[in-house]
Design a protein around this ligand. Structure first.
Ligand code: NAD
Length: 291
């Protein structure tokens, strides 16, 4: 069997074209959607992510602001910036690029973002709303995965979904969304005993681990749908060293799965598309309130 490719790059492009039209309609009412992205320090991967997000905004006709603070910026300086953006009517979405340096309390920073502008969906109030099944903003990466599954016409009701990874950004919200869609959900993590036992009974397997090519074909149930969230560099000494790869060993997995997301070109572009979706939603809500 060679798996069908769930093409995140193509779907993201389709969605972004639609978002551009919606942004133009808002701009015509004087309410152009605006996103502020805050980067603290000069982590190279974070710089790439921030650049991609800002470029995506420009292409979709959004207003965007990139705010770069030095690596040794204080928590107070960051919180003051967030307070100013919370009060800025041109900004509908605020995103602080993670991870933050250890000297800053990331939870306190995320809680300082107005829940109405929390387009990453990481504020405790928004996580609570998601948990209750009434989300204000759905976190971008798991939201992108759900859109890919929908586009691929993957049925979820009554299916066994297994997620590897329990982070607040990916694993946990992913579990909530799959649960809401009627799947029976298992979350595995670094302390799980016999990971393969769980993965081999998954109809839908989501890998969000951060370990290159960790999930091999023999860990996958024949015919499963495999979603690879990982973004890693291929380690030295392996073929394609230095290139991007996922948490799934694509070569062996595609021979077993019925459908699979590639890396790059799978979940990554969908994450950015969903960031635009949330920013647009925030702007549309403000415009609707203002009549
Ligand atoms: P994280 O480090 O916060 O969490 C990793 C999880 O993997 C943890 O819950 C841990 O328990 C689990 N884990 C680690 N080793 C394991 C093992 N041997 N067996 C089972 N579970 C194990 O990472 P994260 O922020 O959730 O990100 C995961 C991956 O997804 C990373 O590669 C990251 O770069 C990528 N990511 C991609 C996107 C995207 O847009 N595609 C967005 C966010 C994160």
């Amino acid at each position: 069997m060679t798996a069908k490719i769930l093409d995140g790059a193509a779907l993201a492009q389709e969605l972004r074209a639609e978002f551009k039209l919606r942004a133009e309609a808002l701009a015509a009412q004087g309410a152009r959607p605006g996103l502020a992205v805050i980067l603290v320090g000069e982590d190279p991967a974070s710089q790439v992510y921030v650049r991609n997000k800002v470029n995506a905004c420009a292409q979709a006709g959004f207003h965007s602001e990139k705010i770069v603070l030095p690596a040794d910026a204080t928590a107070e300086a960051l919180l003051a910036k967030i307070a100013a953006l919370n009060a800025d009517p041109a900004i509908h979405g605020i995103l602080v690029q993670l991870p933050l340096h250890k000297h800053i309390d990331a939870d306190a920073v995320l809680e300082a973002i107005s829940p109405e502008k929390d387009v990453d969906g990481f504020h405790a109030e928004n996580i609570g709303a998601l948990t209750q099944g009434n989300p204000r903003f759905i976190p971008c990466t798991p939201h992108g995965v759900m859109k890919l599954l929908e586009k691929g016409e993957v049925s979820l009701q009554g299916k066994e979904a297994v997620i590897i990874g329990r982070s607040n950004i990916v694993g946990k919200p992913m579990a909530l969304l799959l649960l809401a869609a009627g799947a029976t959900v298992t979350i595995c993590h670094s302390k799980t005993a016999d990971l393969g036992f769980h993965t081999r009974r998954a109809d839908i397997l989501v890998a969000a681990i951060g370990k290159p090519r960790f999930v091999s074909g023999d860990m996958i149930k024949p015919g499963a749908v495999v979603i690879d969230v990982g973004i890693n560099r291929v380690p030295e000494g392996q073929p394609d060293a230095g290139k991007l790869c996922g948490d799934v060993d694509f070569a062996s997995a595609k021979e077993v799965a019925s459908a699979i997301t590639p890396v790059p070109g799978g979940v990554g572009p969908m994450t950015i598309a969903m960031l635009l979706a949330n920013t647009l939603l925030a702007a549309e809500r403000v415009a609707a309130r203002q009549g």
